[in-house]
Ligand binder design. Structure first.
Ligand code: HSE
Length: 336
C-alpha cells in the first residue's frame, strides 16, 4: 500500500516506528506492506516511489528537524504538489488541527480524495469544520475517509459506537474528551490553583502549542462534532457547539463540588444540543476519571449505558488507531 504522509510530528514519527518494528507481522497476519512514498513536514519533504526507509526517516528528522535532508538534493515539494504528482493509494494526514480554516489539512484531504486516494486523518480541523461535505466528497470520489484517531487517541471510541453498537439507537452521549483539561482539573482538586495546575501540565508537555485549543474547549468541541456526525448522523460543524472552557473554574467551585461528592469535569455532551462545559460529576460515576484519561458514556435505547475509558492522546496510541484504519482500508480493497 503506497502512502503519502503529510505532517511528521510525534504521531507521524510514531507511525513510522510502528511500521518499522511491526513490518514482519503486519505482512504475515494481515498482508499489509506499507510503503511510504512521500513525507512532508513544515520545512520540506522526502520522496521515493520505491519506498522511503522507515528508520532513516526518523533518524533524519531527529538530526535535522526536517525530512528535507533525506536525499542529497533537499526536497521542498509541498504536500499539494506531492499529492498531485506522486502516485499513491492512501493519504495519512497528521498536520496540526486548525479550527480557523482547517488548513493545510483541508486542501491535502480534498486534493487526495479528488485524485482517488483513500484518506486517514488524525487532524481534527477539517472534520470539525466540514464533516458533512468531506463525507460527500469521499462518496462522490468512491474513496474511504477514516478518522479513528481524532477522538480518544488509541481508544476505539468511534468504532465502538459505530460498529459494536450496530442496530442500537444511541440516544445521547457525554464524556471527557480532552486529557489536558482533565489533568488540570484533577490537580486542582488536590489543592492547586488553575495557574499552578496549568504550569505543571505545560511542563509535562500536555498542553497544545495554542493553549486555547485545550483551555477554551475547542479540542473537546471538535471531537464532539466528529462524534455527533458519525454516530448520531447529525450534520453539524464547530459553530453548532455551545462551548465554555475551564479558565473560569475556581478553587471554590472545586471545593463546592467536593462537598457534594462530585468533581468538576469538562464535559462534552450530545443530547439534542451540543454542549462543552465544566460540570459537576459524581465521584461514583464511571465517567469521573482523573489525570489525562478520557471517558465517554453512551446511552442506548435497548442496551442501557456503557462507559469507555482510555488514554485520549499519545504518539504511539494515536499511531495504533491509524494502523487500524489502514487495515480496514486494506480489507475493504481486498474485497473488491
Ligand atoms: N490536547 C488534546 C488532549 C490532545 O489533551 O486531549 C489529543 O487530541
Amino acid at each position: 500500500m503506497r502512502i503519502i504522509l503529510c505532517g511528521f510530528g510525534v504521531i507521524g514519527q510514531s507511525l513510522v516506528k510502528l511500521f518499522d518494528f511491526r513490518s514482519e507481522d503486519l505482512y504475515a497476519k494481515y498482508g499489509l506492506k506499507p510503503r511510504i512514498v512521500g513525507v512532508v513536514d513544515s520545512k520540506g519533504s522526502a520522496v521515493d516511489q520505491s519506498g522511503l526507509e522507515f528508520n532513516k526517516l526518523v533518524e533524519i528528522k531527529k538530526k535535522f528537524g526536517t525530512v528535507k535532508n533525506y536525499a542529497n538534493t533537499k526536497n521542498t515539494m509541498s504536500g499539494i504538489d506531492m499529492l498531485k504528482n506522486i502516485e499513491a493509494d492512501v493519504l495519512i494526514e497528521t498536520t496540526v488541527s486548525n479550527y480557523k480554516d482547517a488548513e493545510p489539512g483541508m486542501t491535502h484531504i480534498t486534493t487526495a480524495m479528488k485524485k482517488g486516494l483513500h484518506v486517514i486523518s488524525v487532524n481534527k480541523g477539517p472534520l470539525a469544520l466540514a464533516f458533512p461535505s468531506l463525507m460527500e466528497l469521499a462518496t462522490y470520489n468512491q474513496v474511504m475517509l477514516k478518522f479513528s484517531g481524532t477522538v480518544g487517541g488509541g481508544t476505539p471510541i468511534l468504532d465502538y459506537a459505530k460498529n459494536s453498537l450496530s442496530g442500537e439507537r444511541i440516544t445521547a452521549f457525554s464524556g471527557i474528551l480532552n486529557g489536558t483539561t482533565n489533568y488540570i482539573l484533577s490537580n486542582m482538586s488536590t489543592g492547586l490553583s488553575f495557574d499552578e495546575a496549568l504550569k505543571d501540565a505545560k511542563e509535562r508537555g500536555y498542553v497544545e502549542a495554542d493553549e486555547s485549543l485545550d483551555l477554551d474547549g475547542l479540542d473537546a468541541a471538535a471531537k464532539l462534532v466528529i462524534l455527533a456526525n458519525w454516530i448520531m448522523g447529525m450534520k453539524v460543524t464547530m459553530p453548532d457547539v455551545n462551548c465554555t472552557g475551564i479558565r473560569k473554574v475556581s478553587k471554590e467551585d472545586i471545593k463546592k463540588a467536593a462537598k457534594n461528592n462530585c468533581a468538576i469535569k469538562l464535559i462534552a455532551s450530545c443530547n439534542k444540543e451540543l454542549v462543552v462545559e465544566p460540570k459537576e460529576v459524581s465521584n461514583d460515576d464511571p465517567l469521573c476519571v482523573n489525570g489525562t484519561l478520557n471517558a465517554i458514556t453512551f446511552t442506548s435505547e435497548h442496551s442501557g449505558t456503557q462507559t469507555i475509558i482510555g488514554k485520549g492522546a499519545g504518539g504511539m496510541e494515536t499511531a495504533s488507531s491509524i494502523l487500524r484504519d489502514l487495515l480496514d482500508i486494506r480489507q475493504e480493497i481486498a474485497k473488491t
